[in-house]
Design a protein around this ligand. Structure first.
Ligand code: PRF
Length: 376
C-alpha cells in the first residue's frame, strides 16, 4: 500500500491524498460504507459502484468469522471473490464488535472469550488468531486487535486498557509480519490509538502507534458517547502526533458534520453505520439538511430527494414517493434511502477533496457544517 498527499489546505489541517492498493486506488478524504457481514445492507454491488461511487467498503471480522465462517471464505478465495466487490476492502478486527455485541465476554491478557450473538456458542479472539482470520478474509487493509474503552471510563482502567492494546499490537505485528496473504495480493495492518478522553494517555498512545511505522494509522475509542468537542480535541491531539505521510482513519465516525470537522483536523478515512442504519429508519442526509421521511411535510412534495447529488435514486424519486414507501414500510424505501445517504456521504467527502485542492476548504467547511446539520 502506498499513500501520497496531493494537496494540503492552507487554513486547516485537511489533506487530499491517494491510497494505492492491489485492488485499486482510494481518493482521500474518503468515507467507507459499512458492509458488516460482507454486504452493505440493502445496497447491491452495482449500485455501490455506479450510484454511490464507493471506493472501499468495510467488513467485520467478528461477523464474518461467525457467519459464513472461515472455511467458506477460504473456499471462495477470500471476501472479494465471495461478495463480488473487486475494489479495496478493510476489515475491522472484532476488537469493537466483541465488546458491543456479544452478551458475555471475558477480557484477559491472552485475548477475549466471548459468546456468539447468533447462537450463544463460545469463541476466543487473540491478537494472533485475529491476524490469521483477517488473512483468510483477505481484506486489503486489516485492523489491529484492540480494546475500545466505553465512555465514561475511569482513568485507571483507560490507562491499563491502553497498555494492553499496545501489547496486543506488538503481538499483532509479530504474527502479521511472519505470515503472508493467501490470495496473491498484499495486505497491510493499521494499528489503533486508544486512551479514552485523557490527553496524556492519547498522547502516549499516539506516540507508541507512530513508532510502529505502519502504512497507516487509526484512531479508536472515540464517538462512543463523549461530547463532540471532546472527540475533536482528542482527534487533533492525535493527528498532531501521527506521521503526516501516512493515512489516518477515525473509526466509527460519524455525522456529516463530524466528518467535515475530522477532515479539518487531518483525518483521511471514515466509516460509520449511520448513513445506512438511519436510512432504514427513514432518516435522510441531504445537501440541504436532514429529513425525516415519515414527516407529513413531504406528503405532496414532488421535488427530487436531492437534486445536488449525482446518483440515480436521489434525482429520479420524489420526496413524496419516498415518504409513501417509508410510511408503507416498503423494502424499496430502505433501498432508496440507503443508496441516497451513501451517495450523499461520498459526494460530501468528494467535495471536501476538491475544496482542499483549490484551497477553499476551511470556509466551505464552516458553511457546510451548518447546512448539513439543519433539520428540514
Ligand atoms: N476499535 C475498533 N473498531 C472500532 C472502534 C475502536 O475503537 C470504534 C470507536 N468508535 C469504532 N470501530 N477496532
Amino acid at each position: 500500500m502506498k499513500f501520497t498527499i496531493e494537496a494540503t489546505d492552507p487554513k486547516s489541517k485537511a489533506r487530499a491524498g491517494l491510497v494505492k492498493t492491489d485492488h485499486g486506488d482510494i481518493e482521500t478524504p474518503i468515507f467507507m460504507p459499512v458492509g458488516t457481514a460482507g454486504s452493505v445492507k440493502a445496497v447491491h454491488q452495482r449500485e455501490l459502484t455506479y450510484d454511490v461511487k464507493a471506493q472501499i467498503i468495510l467488513g467485520n471480522t467478528y461477523h464474518l468469522y461467525l457467519r459464513p465462517g472461515l472455511d467458506v471464505l477460504e473456499k471462495a478465495g477470500g471476501l472479494h471473490k465471495f461478495n463480488g466487490w473487486s475494489r479495496p476492502i478493510l476489515t475491522d478486527s472484532g476488537g469493537y464488535q466483541v465488546f458491543s455485541l456479544s452478551g458475555t465476554r471475558k477480557i484477559a491478557e491472552e485475548g477475549v472469550m466471548f459468546k456468539s450473538h447468533i447462537d450463544g456458542s463460545k469463541h476466543h479472539f487473540s491478537p494472533e488468531n485475529v491476524m490469521d482470520i483477517q488473512r483468510t478474509i483477505g481484506a486489503d487493509i486489516i485492523m489491529a486487535f484492540d480494546e475500545c474503552t466505553p465512555y465514561p471510563c475511569e482513568y485507571n482502567y483507560a490507562e491499563k486498557s491502553m497498555h494492553m492494546t499496545h501489547r496486543w499490537l506488538k503481538r499483532c505485528i509479530e504474527r502479521f509480519d511472519t505470515t503472508e496473504g493467501k490470495y496473491g495480493y498484499s495486505q497491510t495492518l493499521f494499528p489503533i490509538v486508544q486512551g479514552s478522553v485523557y490527553k496524556d494517555l492519547r498522547k502516549q498512545s499516539a506516540e507508541f502507534i507512530a513508532s510502529c511505522g505502519r502504512d497507516g494509522n487509526a484512531i479508536g475509542g472515540l464517538s462512543v458517547g463523549e461530547p463532540a468537542e471532546m472527540m475533536y480535541e482528542m482527534t487533533e491531539l492525535v493527528t498532531d502526533i501521527l506521521p503526516t505521510d501516512k493515512p489516518r482513519y477515525l473509526m466509527g465516525v460519524g455525522t456529516p458534520a463530524n466528518i467535515l470537522e475530522g477532515i479539518a483536523l487531518g483525518v483521511d478515512m471514515f466509516d460509520c453505520v449511520m448513513p445506512t442504519r438511519n436510512a432504514r429508519n427513514g432518516m435522510l442526509f441531504t445537501s440541504e439538511g436532514i429529513m425525516n421521511m415519515r414527516n407529513e411535510k413531504w406528503k405532496d412534495d414532488f421535488s427530487p430527494i436531492d437534486p445536488n447529488i449525482n446518483s440515480y435514486v436521489s434525482t429520479f424519486y420524489s420526496k413524496a414517493y419516498l415518504r409513501h414507501l417509508t410510511v408503507s414500510k416498503e423494502i424499496l424505501a430502505a433501498q432508496i434511502a440507503s443508496i441516497h445517504n451513501l451517495s450523499f456521504y461520498l459526494w460530501l467527502v468528494g467535495q471536501a477533496r476538491e475544496k482542499i485542492q483549490t484551497g477553499e476548504f476551511a470556509t466551505w467547511k464552516d458553511m457546510m457544517v451548518k447546512k448539513v446539520s439543519t433539520r428540514l
